[in-house]
Write a protein that binds this ligand. Sequence first.
Ligand SMILES: O=C(O)CCC(=O)C(=O)O
Ligand SMILES: [Fe+2]
Length: 308
Amino acid sequence: MIPRVDAVALIDLAHPDHETARASTRVGATDIGFLTVYNTPIAPQTVADVIATYRRFFHLPAMQKAAVDMAKTGSNRGWGAPGSEQVDPDANPDYKQVFDCGLELDLADPLRALDLPAYAPNIWPDTPEDFAQTLQDYYTQSTRFALDLLCAIADAVGMDGSYFRDKFTRPMALLRGNYYPERPAWATEKDFGIATHTDYGCLTLLATDGSPGLEVRKRGGGWIPVAAPVGEFVINFGEMLDIWTEGLIKATPHRVLGPTSERISVPLFFNPNHDANVAPEGSPGIRAVDHLQARFNETYVHLQSKTG
Ligand SMILES: O=C(O)CCC(=O)C(=O)O
Ligand SMILES: [Fe+2]
């Protein structure tokens, strides 16, 4: 039996095959649903630059950010203003701001013809000047790392990790910057930076600016605070992987109440190809794009109003 834990394991990726690393990975994936990793292929300076780039964007006046407001689109690309997402129907919409970008399909890619919102073209602000380039470079690095991690974690829990490789050739992966201002004075018990939720996809690779705020629900009740300095990553798992692995790998609820000073976090939601079947073997199929779009339609306020 796997022991219940109260802290999130920290795993040294310089030595991923050590038995302690594998055992901690198993507990992180199959019990708590969260782990943290360091000594990764992504340099801490790269993460610091990405966070600084998002910070410059979020500090722009609202008028300038409104030029790339995702509420003007039918998808989730661009800036999400405060109140643009409601991840928990029992809470108020989150007061965080976000910026979302996704995979750039090649011009010749036949997937373009399907016109799926999950592969919508990115929209980029004029400033900061290096915004698109910095985020696209990070998107490339982080999706590569996320796939290797997912396969290694699947191996560590006794599955065949290589099974996942061809399910992520055109990932609906979404890179997000979360911007939490200081918790507003008007915030009530129904107001959160991000309210309690589970992520929708497979693996989330989360970088933060090092400040605390993230809390992970303990299976027996209560919350575990999780923080990671710049260069360490928090890893957690989403609903699709929970379904796909028949509950072996856990999608655990988490939240950010709201920090005492500004906080930035950068999740990569590593979602599979649109047509990946995330249903467990032998059950009716669930296309990844259908699960993802249903969750977007429930939680993005501008899509809620379109889909009723
Ligand atoms: O900001 C964080 O630490 C967590 C953010 C989060 O849970 C999310 O964006 O889904
Ligand atoms: Fe999350």
